[in-house]
Design a protein around this ligand. Structure first.
Ligand SMILES: C[S@@+](CC[C@H](N)C(=O)[O-])C[C@H]1O[C@@H](n2cnc3c(N)ncnc32)[C@H](O)[C@@H]1O
Length: 486
């Protein structure tokens, strides 16, 4: 048995899981730790149990007495995860358990965290562990079993760990050799075996290969020092790394394959962001769903990443901040968009670019394929010459809201609202509202529109024309699903 296998056994015995640590810390210390404050966590982990010792050693990164981990300390040292200093153990790496839903997936091994005010500085090849962005990408990835996966820019291997339970083969790449070394340890410590690790930039290590799924949380940060930290900056100018990934990914996808990535894009004076990212999507030549979740102005953006690299309060802070603003000003950058890009190879090349600021149902990956399918169906509808045989179903979770003056016979405003998924809302007229009430996936549109025309006392031709004008968008937005094109 290798030292890493023995360590895994020891971690399990101690209950070193997300759930175990969450219960140990409780909400206050857990909340503080999420804000990078370790003092409350130190106060509740002083009891000396193996779980407390592992949490202090590998999560809080404080030394623990050797005897706190009897039977495990030697294996930790033999595996290179900890070092002895007198009668104390010191962590050589950061190790956090990983879960999805309530399932334990393994352990993410990364470089020790640099916390604000610690006086430590990030190394250029620093390898990050699982963070909020990793969790967002993992949540976005379409569900279901998959044969071959490319995890581009694997870092500590977190996406590979998320996918290991449902992918037959995973190829994980990174430009940083240290990242590949730590990914190898994460995977071995988690007992995951089907991952091939390759060194190289972007698609270069998989030049002639295709995959069913490509995932990437790339180094998308747009900064004046283009390659200061490899975990967040690619060395390419502006948002070029995201453009390259989008336009090159389809060459590495099998038919029907998916590529999903997190991205940043520039908002440049005089150029709507949708046009900029739209050009990437058009060049990709796939179905594409681009979602802007947030936009930051130049100052907010510079502050975010200076905080991320713990540079607040350092002598260099002001100069770097100024350099950031200067470079954005020179390029006429007004802001930076944050979001997701999903591509599906093949299909009708429907491109949807939109802003979604509301909280959406998680995980998005559970319904992302339906969303992209809905765009394609909505785009196809206007091309149908005869709609009368099309069968629609009002999507599950759609509710109707009506507002108007008290006592009024007719509502002033009708809204269809999705209570789940993307939680969209659409102001509609009486025809669509009536359709939402009767479309249950059994009767075709022809007789339904005739009945609605009669009920509302409107000419059938008007009702049909109205339906043809509004239904494609309501289908594309997921309010109605096409059960049968007829
Ligand atoms: C933000 S980290 C993502 C790590 C992990 N995949 C996740 O989801 O958290 C970006 C990773 O991309 C890697 N990277 C940077 N430039 C790259 C390039 N040109 N080609 C491939 N990977 C690169 C970095 O070394 C880093 O590990």
């Amino acid at each position: 048995m290798t030292p890493l296998n023995r360590v895994r056994g020891g971690f399990h015995e101690a209950g070193y899981t997300v759930q175990g640590v969450r219960e140990l810390l409780g909400p206050v210390a857990g909340g503080a730790l999420a804000r990078d404050e370790i003092v409350p966590a130190l106060r509740v982990t002083g009891g000396g149990s193996p779980l407390e010792a592992l949490t202090r050693l590998f999560w809080l990164q404080v030394p623990v007495p050797d005897e706190a981990l009897p039977g495990l300390a030697d294996h930790l040292v033999a595996a290179g995860l900890a070092a002895r200093s007198g009668r104390e153990l010191r962590a050589m790496v950061h190790i956090e358990p990983l879960e999805s839903g309530s399932a334990h997936l393994g352990f993410v091994v990364s470089d020790p965290k640099v916390r604000p005010g610690s006086g430590m500085v990030l190394a250029p090849d620093h390898v990050v562990g699982g963070g909020g962005a990793s969790a967002n990408l993992a949540g976005l990835v379409v569900h279901g079993p998959v044969d071959s996966v490319l995890d581009l820019g694997t870092g500590s291997g977190v996406q590979a760990l998320h996918l290991a339970g449902r992918a037959a083969r995973i190829c994980a790449t990174d430009v940083n050799p240290r990242a590949l070394e730590l990914a190898r340890v994460s995977l071995a410590l988690s007992g995951v075996e089907q991952v091939e690790l390759l060194e190289g930039s972007l698609f270069e290590p998989v030049r002639d290969r295709t995959f069913d799924l490509i995932v990437a949380n790339p180094p998308f940060v747009i900064s004046p020092d283009t390659a200061r930290f490899s975990y967040r900056e690619s060395g390419l100018p502006g948002d070029e790394v995201c453009r390259r990934l989008v336009v090159e990914a389809p060459r590495h996808l099998g038919d029907g394959g998916w590529c999903q990535l997190l991205a940043n894009w520039l908002h440049v004076e005089g150029e709507p962001w949708q046009e900029r990212v739209g050009r990437w999507a058009d060049e990709a030549g796939c179905d594409a769903w681009v979602v802007q979740r947030d936009v930051q102005d130049p100052a907010e953006y510079a502050e975010l990443w200076l905080r991320d690299s713990c540079e607040v309060g350092t002598p260099e802070y002001q100069r770097r901040y100024d350099a950031w603003l200067e470079s954005f000003e020179r390029s006429k950058v007004e802001g930076v968009g944050f979001g997701w890009i999903t591509l599906r190879k093949g299909g009708s090349r429907t491109v949807r670019i939109e802003e979604l600021r509301q909280a959406v149902e998680q995980p998005v990956g559970a319904y992302a394929a339906d969303v992209v399918g809905g765009f394609a169906d909505g785009a196809e509808l206007p091309w149908r010459l005869d709609w009368s045989d099309v069968i629609l179903k009002t999507a599950d979770g759609v509710v109707q809201e009506q507002t108007g003056p008290p006592g009024a016979e007719d509502p002033e405003r009708i809204v269809l609202r999705q209570t789940g998924r993307l939680r969209r809302a659409a102001g509609v007229g009486t025809v669509e509202a009536a359709l939402a009430g009767v479309c249950d996936g059994t009767l075709p549109l022809g007789p339904l529109l005739a009945a609605i025309a009669q009920l509302l006392d409107l000419p059938l031709s008007d009702v049909e024309a109205h339906a043809q004008a509004v239904l494609p968008e309501l289908v594309a937005d997921g309010f109605f699903e096409i059960s049968d094109f007829g």
